[in-house]
Design a protein around this ligand. Structure first.
Ligand code: B12
Ligand code: SF4
Ligand code: SF4
Length: 425
């Protein structure tokens, strides 16, 4: 059993299973409208919705999940096969209800300009998906959920056993949210909260208290299919069905190996996640502007990322860069690989020296291979030289093959391809 940090109110005791025991602050337990009182506390905590559903199995969701996995659409996400994601009962023995909450994150387009000296050309920058531009949402939501557990204990006037989940347990969180009436399953597969949109993160508090269930929300996509058509990599198999293997979010965050060649150009300059299917959604455009949770507002250094710096990150730089943010999910080599892809897509010759250094010296073969690809996309004499020298002599067969392929690309054969400027980038 571990103790949480001291706080003004006694913190709930947390077991290694993630189950917490919440003591009532007062013993009146006289609340008449429990859902109403919980919803008020949820709003105070910054959640834009709270809904309740009984803790019971969801057979129809189980079927859809199995069909998705069997079709290979779950890529190599091994954790998606673990546990019983459509049966929350296993997560809290004796549990009776599931509280589902949505927390909005910042949707203002606020790429923060990187500092540069007057007269310098625009820096080469990449983008991070909006949900990851603030503090790590796992911690933020979990703290708020635990506060909700404290409130429930006080409202019912007895100790409450609870388990807070935010991507941390085998659970279909969107299914939970849809059943709890927080929103509906949109065609983009995202959970859409009416009046708020899809730019929300989800969390759940499973509790050993039987609470009245909330009503479900009617689906509201109608005949729209904007998200399905706008996806840069064609990741939607159909409405409500995503092939994770093609999704930029999967490719840039979860997938650690080589990115399929045909998908690299469509990634553009996205180095962590993707927002396209949300940006085109009319529900997001028409949603009443609401302040994002304070903690999820954009951190200046994550609004716009310098690609040359990201490509060159060592282990220490990486640790500092991802600290206390959802970017922790991606490894150093994954982000450096993504920076190489973004630089290849920008096709700016200023990146050639940095890509040459990555090709010659990065300790990850995946990064070296993608640096070779990027040099091929940029082309020109300096890129060709790097590919011939470092690429052809690389100890990894994968990198040598990538360098050969890059040398053979039409871009390199273009007469008068861009030349890299002399000196460091
Ligand atoms: C694996 C995963 C991914 C994978 C796979 C995504 C996917 N669509 O399944 C990848 C890496 C690609 C990914 C990407 C993103 N993710 Co993600 N991801 C998850 C995770 C861990 C599991 C999702 C899952 O269970 N997939 C399995 C499939 C089968 O589920 P499903 O597509 O939702 O299908 C269900 C319903 O749609 C429904 N259904 C299916 N067919 C039909 C048909 C009809 C007619 C109907 C009505 C319903 C229906 O039944 C299914 C079972 O419930 C959850 C956290 C969690 N534990 O739940 C976060 C989660 C879904 N991700 C989240 C986020 C923020 C994202 C991104 C926006 C991040 C980004 N900006 O880059 C993108 C969005 C891409 C997208 N369009 O989904 C949030 C979503 C919040 C929201 N508003 O929905 C979650 C909930 C995390 C959180 N705690 O907030 N993610
Ligand atoms: S996150 Fe991007 S790549 Fe993934 S489904 Fe949405 S639009 Fe397509
Ligand atoms: S873009 Fe259209 S189809 Fe896609 S989620 Fe939004 S309303 Fe639904």
């Amino acid at each position: 059993m571990a103790r949480r940090k001291p706080s003004p109110t006694p913190a709930p005791a947390e077991h290694s299973s993630g189950i917490t025991r919440h003591e009532p602050a007062a013993m009146d337990g006289s609340a008449q409208d429990l859902p109403g009182a919980l919803a008020r506390r949820a709003r105070e905590l910054g959640f834009c919705r709270l809904g309740i559903t009984p803790l019971e199995p969801w057979p129809s969701a189980e079927e859809r999940l199995t069909a998705w996995l069997d079709a290979g659409h779950g890529a190599d996400l091994a954790y998606m096969r673990q546990g019983r994601r459509a049966d929350p009962r296993a997560l809290l023995p004796g549990g009776r209800s599931l509280l589902s909450v949505a927390l909005a994150y910042s949707v203002r387009d606020e790429p923060v300009p990187l500092r540069r000296a007057a007269g310098d050309a625009a820096p080469l920058t990449g983008s991070v998906a909006r949900y990851a531009r603030g503090a790590d949402y796992h911690r933020v939501l979990k703290d708020k959920l635990l506060a909700l557990g404290d409130e429930l204990a006080t409202l019912v006037g007895r100790a409450v056993l609870a388990r807070a989940c935010v991507d941390t347990a085998p659970l279909l969180e969107r299914e939970a949210a849809a059943r709890a009436g927080v929103g509906f399953h949109a065609k983009s597969t995202l959970l859409l909260v009416p009046g708020v949109g899809t730019n929300v993160l989800l969390g759940e508090l499973l509790v050993d208290v039987a609470l009245p269930a909330s009503s479900a929300v009617e689906p509201g996509c109608g005949s729209c299919r904007a998200c399905l058509d706008a996806c840069p990599t064609g990741a939607f198999v159909s409405a409500h069905r995503l092939d994770a293997r093609r999704c930029i979010s999967y490719l840039t965050i979860e997938h650690e190996g080589a990115i399929p060649h045909d998908l690299r150009p469509a990634i553009g300059t996205r180095v962590f996640g993707c927002d396209v299917c949300q940006d085109v959604c009319p529900h997001n455009a028409s949603a009443t502007p609401r302040p994002a949770a304070l903690e999820l507002q954009t951190r200046p250094e994550l609004g716009s990322v310098d690609l040359l710096t990201l490509l060159a990150h060592g282990a220490g730089d990486h640790r500092r860069f991802v600290r206390r943010s959802a970017l922790r999910r991606a490894k150093r080599a994954t982000l450096a690989r993504n920076a190489a892809v973004a630089l290849g897509n920008l096709r700016d010759a200023r990146a050639v020296p940095a890509l040459t250094r990555a090709l010659a010296g990065d300790r990850s073969a995946v990064v070296r291979a993608h640096a070779a690809w990027a040099l091929g996309r940029i082309g020109g004499g300096a890129a060709r030289e790097a590919l011939c020298q470092a690429g052809a002599g690389d100890p990894s067969a994968e990198v040598r093959a990538e360098a050969e392929r890059a040398l053979a690309t039409a871009e390199l054969d273009r007469a008068g391809g861009p030349e890299a400027p002399a000196g460091p980038a």
